[in-house]
Design a protein around this ligand. Structure first.
Ligand SMILES: Nc1ncnc2c1ncn2[C@@H]1O[C@H](COP(=O)(O)OP(=O)(O)OP(=O)(O)O)[C@@H](O)[C@H]1O
Ligand SMILES: [Mg+2]
Length: 384
């Protein structure tokens, strides 16, 4: 089969307004054929609306949707080579698993469905369950039936709207691997909507981080994590320590910053904001990049590291790592993750410590932004 790029999804200036409210601001986005693409963002940021515009279930207020070379903006949903899997997978309760999966083929008048259905059930590892009814399956199994039911139509693009939302955490994690495997096997373009950053990062080749109807940043999970360009992305994807600092000087590709009464070094290439002497920058570092040394051993900290002194206020043992909260003059709650290899028993609440990390692991952001953007949303999610 020749590749016709029919599975490329191209959104050009697509937007959606409801009265005076803009759910999705004009958006340009290309999802390459065969990729696993995730739209990630907090509740209400416009993920479902974007997906529904691709499916044809929602009419855009402006812009166009193309699949491959074809402009499908005016096509009704059933004429688009697209299928959608929703969080509520609504299987047909009176039909068994085999017939649920066969449904799309039968509707198209195809009589000999057995081979295709068997293959599909094999793909989602439900060959043994073919004659059961949906209520006799677990949530994860039902979700796989919904997936098989959509994939059997051989869509060019599969849209998934929080398909794992109804599953408990462990099953969710398992299904994330499964979905990844299935996508690789079938090679169909997947556009996956989720508010779970870990889910987006484990599965997708490319993640678009959405905030209030806009894509804030788009990239590979690694790129987004290591090089966030906004405070929202830095805080929403994992955890970041952000410090307000003043640009002191520049030398040899590095920016030297004043933070509290100390100095920090930031490679110029890792600063997404203009940095001029006297100006302000937000300095960021991820918790697992930081080492923690008891103040008594401060002399052992290698030169050339960024360092900050502080007092441990809390520790939390999570098995693989210990998480520390450290109060310092530049940041009231520095978060540090230390892998549990050789635990220093002196690092307890009340202890004075030196936090230190490589300048190469430091990133710089525009200080005009809200330093806490994206933080609350994560906490709200955790409380649910
Ligand atoms: N039919 C509608 N009329 C008015 N406003 C709407 C309509 N549909 C969606 N909205 C609003 O548009 C915004 C985006 O909604 P959308 O469903 O795309 O969010 P989402 O990112 O999918 O959120 P969630 O994670 O909660 O599913 C929300 O503020 C929502 O209230
Ligand atoms: Mg939604």
């Amino acid at each position: 089969m020749t590749k016709d790029h029919g599975g490329d999804v191209r959104l050009s200036g697509i937007s959606k307004t409801y009265g005076s409210f803009t759910a999705v601001h004009p958006l340009d986005l290309t999802v390459p054929e065969g990729s696993f693409f995730a739209l990630l963002g907090a509740s209400g940021c416009g993920k479902t609306t974007t997906l529904r515009m691709i499916a044809g279930l929602e009419e855009p207020s402006s812009g166009t949707v193309s699949l491959g070379e074809q402009d499908v903006t005016r096509l009704p949903p059933h004429k688009r080579p697209v299928n959608t899997v929703f969080q509520s997978y609504a299987l047909f309760p009176h039909l068994d698993i085999f017939e649920n999966v066969a449904f799309g083929l039968r509707r198209r008048g195809i009589r000999s469905v057995k081979k295709q259905v068997d293959e599909m059930l094999e793909l989602v590892q439900l060959g043994e369950q073919a004659r059961k009814k949906p209520h006799q399956l677990s949530g994860g199994q039902q979700q796989r039936v919904a997936l098989a039911r959509a994939l059997i139509n051989r869509p060019k693009v599969l849209l998934l709207d929080e398909p794992l939302g109804a599953l408990d955490l462990k099953l969710r994690r398992q299904m994330q691997w499964e979905l990844g495997r299935i996508q690789t096997e079938v090679g169909i373009t997947f556009v996956h909507v989720t508010h779970d950053q870990e889910e987006a990062m484990t599965m997708a080749d490319t993640v678009a981080v959405m905030n209030a109807g806009r894509v804030e940043q788009l990239g590979s999970p690694l790129d987004l994590y290591e090089n966030p360009r906004t405070t929202f992305v830095a805080n929403f994807l994992g955890t970041s320590n952000l410090i307000e600092a003043e640009v002191d000087s520049k030398s040899g590709g590095d920016i030297v910053l004043k933070a509290g009464d100390g100095k920090l070094v930031l490679p110029e290439a890792r600063c997404s904001a203009p940095a001029t002497a006297g100006g302000r920058v937000l300095v960021g570092v991820r918790p697992e990049k930081i080492s923690l040394t008891h103040a008594d051993d401060a002399g052992d900290v290698p030169v050339g590291r960024n360092r900050i002194t502080g007092k441990i206020t809390a520790t939390s043992f999570t098995g693989v790592s210990t998480q520390y909260a450290v109060d310092s003059s530049v940041c009231p709650e520095f978060v540090v993750y230390v892998q549990n290899i050789d635990r220093d028993p002196r690092l307890v609440p009340g202890a004075d410590a030196v936090l230190h990390w490589s300048p190469a692991h430091t990133f710089g952001l525009d200080a005009a932004q809200d330093i806490d953007a994206g933080v609350e949303t994560v906490e709200e999610e955790a409380a649910v």
